[in-house]
Write a protein that binds this ligand. Structure first.
Ligand SMILES: O=C(O)C(=O)C[C@]1(C(=O)O)C=C[C@@H](O)C=C1
Length: 286
């Protein structure tokens, strides 16, 4: 499983317009995977450690599913790509069955990995909001066979969110190269807040939210229905497959702020002496 983004070509991978284009593509993935998840109720049982016992594992059922999937993905070198970060760093010791790809060194060596925070806000804030209106925050119980489907959908959402948010490293590297002197001064002075202000582009954020609202509305409607049946031009906000405002709020409150945190954390490590000369190594194994 290789990166779908051309990270083998440094001229593209560090071009801010190209990176933003990839962020736009990832919006589609995030909205579609959330639509899949929103078909099912919240099912809190699958996020509560040991509530649903799984063999030889002390975490939640969803964690177990995520760990199993990441173990398989590691075997097809997913986490060798510099834009992919596992939620379970122990999978990085798994030997891939595919030969490594020669990624050019695009990012400065760093250990930024905010996946624990992503999982926490996903389970505790994003999911309850996404499930509230569609099918409810209840639990259908094991016999209704929603646990596995919900967890499969969760893994897809979490991986898309993680990828989008860690893409902040490429955004940060591109911005650093555009203003090396300015950022170097702020990094040396340890001015995290000022770095945060400098990487912030309010107009871009507004455009992201505007586009996202539109996508969540359109992708969440059946295109074959007429407006009065709840089709894409219906004004009835209650008929879509996903709560549009919950999706927008998720980006506003979590996705964009976490991306910015990744940018700042990455930049604060940007001038550190690398530990050894290696190609981009996934966070957690530097
Ligand atoms: O596009 C950028 O410049 C980014 O840094 C990405 C992003 C985002 O998360 O969408 C984050 C911070 C900026 O204020 C604007 C947008």
């Amino acid at each position: 499983m290789d990166s779908t983004i051309d990270l083998l070509d440094p001229s593209k991978a560090l071009d801010l317009n190209y990176i933003r284009y990839q962020l736009i593509r990832l919006e589609d993935t995030i909205v579609f995977t959330l639509i899949e998840r929103a078909q099912f109720p919240l099912n809190p049982t699958i996020y509560t450690p040991t509530a649903l016992p799984v063999p030889d594992f002390s975490g939640s059922f969803m964690d177990w599913m995520l760990f199993q999937q990441e173990s398989i993905y590691a075997r097809v070198r997913r986490y060798q790509a510099p834009d992919e970060y596992p939620f379970f760093p122990e999978v990085l010791t798994v030997e891939p069955i595919l030969k490594p790809l020669a990624y050019p060194k695009l990012l400065h060596q760093n250990d930024v990995n905010v996946n624990e925070r992503i999982k926490d806000v996903y389970v505790n804030s994003i999911l309850p909001a996404i499930c509230r209106r569609s099918v409810g925050t209840g639990d259908r119980g094991e016999q209704k066979e929603n646990y596995g489907s919900s967890a499969v959908a969760d893994v897809a959402v979490l991986q898309a969110l993680s990828r989008r948010i860690h893409f902040g490293k490429f955004v940060a590297e591109a911005k650093f190269r555009e203003d090396e002197a300015g950022f170097t001064r702020l990094i040396k002075e340890g001015k995290g807040e000022e770095i945060g202000n400098r990487i912030t582009k309010k107009a871009v954020e507004e455009e992201v939210l505007r586009r996202l609202r539109y996508k969540a509305k359109i992708y969440g409607r059946d295109p074959t229905l007429k407006p009065d049946e709840g089709g894409v031009f219906s004004e009835d906000v209650g008929v879509g497959k996903i709560d549009v405002e919950a999706v927008v709020k998720m980006y506003q409150d979590f996705v964009i702020p976490l991306t910015k945190d990744v940018e700042v954390e990455y930049l604060l490590q940007r001038l550190k002496e690398p530990k050894q000369e290696v190609a981009d190594t996934p966070a957690g194994v530097v």
